[in-house]
Design a protein around this ligand. Structure first.
Ligand SMILES: NC(=O)C1=CN([C@@H]2O[C@H](COP(=O)(O)OP(=O)(O)OC[C@H]3O[C@@H](n4cnc5c(N)ncnc54)[C@H](OP(=O)(O)O)[C@@H]3O)[C@@H](O)[C@H]2O)C=CC1
Ligand SMILES: Cc1cn([C@H]2C[C@H](O)[C@@H](COP(=O)(O)OP(=O)(O)O[C@H]3O[C@@H](C)C(=O)[C@@H](O)[C@H]3O)O2)c(=O)[nH]c1=O
Ligand SMILES: [Mg+2]
Length: 297
């Protein structure tokens, strides 16, 4: 069976390649091999390779740039998922998609449920929400995992930015009023694989289809995440120029950016945990592993 992974070079896509390799032939074309903004090229690719499973890990993830490039974000985040879902529905194959905490309005302090009202604050969040809706409307057998604050040993992410800045700067200001859960890309891929069973040479989804929050347990701010990154990196012997005293927490208002971010990114995990019969690990435990992988590279 061909397993089509879009965005296979990204944080989540790369981990999906690792997790799903035992179950079929991985097709993970690069941007040069398949430009996902080209809808005709996507249709041609699907017709040629006839995948038995689609894992859509491609997206337009540059949150600030999306504000000035809404057309690109719309194509990647809204139209592509609907296009893949249409194919999946027509051919009776499952589709997995990844969504974001940025679909929620970010007010209050209560964790969002999967059926909480959405209210994206940014072009990125709005286009991601439209992607979720397109999949649900398609009738395809699907899983939509809403995750948050993704990091990995590869790709560009907050952990790697902090490790770089932490060795260059004497002081850093980091927002401390956006609250959420940093999620390792490896955990996302592992949970995705756990949601499937093998039937002969095919894979099928064994939990009810729909939207699931996928994040580790616990919560922190970006400042709290940065502090834990620095603390663990220091223990691992990294020569940081930054010190705990020189890492200041600031309100979002003091870190102006083109796109607005939600303050409350807490996501309830009950639905995923009970569907899979598991307890998600605390976010700190994933950081240890990812940092170790990054520092050994
Ligand atoms: N990053 C995060 O913090 C979060 C991400 N998510 C969601 O999780 C999913 C995975 O995100 P993540 O792994 O971080 O994303 P990345 O930005 O790491 O990877 C995105 C992938 O999409 C590919 N891509 C983008 N545009 C095109 C194009 N025109 N043609 C071909 N390929 C393209 C990129 O290719 P290339 O390598 O060539 O750039 C890259 O491989 C996404 O749906 C995202 O919205 C949800 C919550 C948080
Ligand atoms: C580099 C830096 C960032 N920040 C702030 C900016 C921002 O509010 C926060 C995190 O920075 P980022 O650039 O990683 O933020 P951002 O790109 O918005 O991260 C989001 O990406 C998309 C794809 C998602 O789906 C979300 O879940 C979330 O991970 O930290 C500081 O306060 N100080 C700094 O020195
Ligand atoms: Mg970013």
């Amino acid at each position: 069976m061909n397993i089509f992974i879009t965005g296979g070079n990204g944080q989540v896509g790369f981990e999906l390649q690792r997790q799903f390799a035992p179950f079929g032939t991985i097709l993970a074309p690069t941007r040069q091999e398949l430009d996902l903004t080209n809808a005709d090229a996507v249709d041609t690719y699907l017709a040629k390779h006839q995948p038995g499973l689609i894992l859509n890990a491609a997206a337009y993830t540059a949150v600030d740039n999306a504000e000035s490039e809404p057309g690109q974000a719309q194509r990647l985040n809204a139209e592509l998922p609907a296009q893949l879902a249409k194919y999946a529905a027509k051919h009776g194959i499952p589709l997995v998609h990844y969504s974001t905490d940025y679909v929620y309005p970010g007010n209050g302090e209560t964790p969002w449920q999967e059926d909480s009202p959405t209210g994206p604050l940014s072009v990125y969040g709005q286009t991601k929400l439209e992607g979720d809706q397109g999949i649900i409307e398609s009738g395809a057998s699907h899983l939509i995992f809403r995750t948050s604050w993704v990091y990995a040993a590869r790709g560009s992410n907050f952990m790697k930015t902090m490790l770089r800045l932490g060795c260059e700067r004497d002081a850093l200001s980091i927002v401390n009023d956006q609250i959420g859960a940093p999620t390792a890309a490896r955990l996302i891929a592992q949970i995705t694989a756990l949601s499937f069973t093998v039937h002969g040479s095919r894979l099928s989804i064994h939990i009810p289809q729909g939207i699931y929050h996928l994040a580790p347990r616990g919560e922190t701010s970006w400042h709290g995440f940065a502090s834990e990154i620095f603390s663990q990196a220091r223990k691992a012997g990294e020569a940081l120029t930054i010190t705990p005293e020189s890492t200041a927490g600031i309100p979002t208002a003091e870190y102006p950016a083109p796109a607005q971010r939600p303050l409350n990114s807490r996501m309830a995990l009950d639905k995923l945990e009970s569907a899979l019969g598991i307890t998600m690990p605390p976010w700190q435990s994933q950081l240890v592993l990812t940092l170790k992988e990054h520092l050994s590279n």
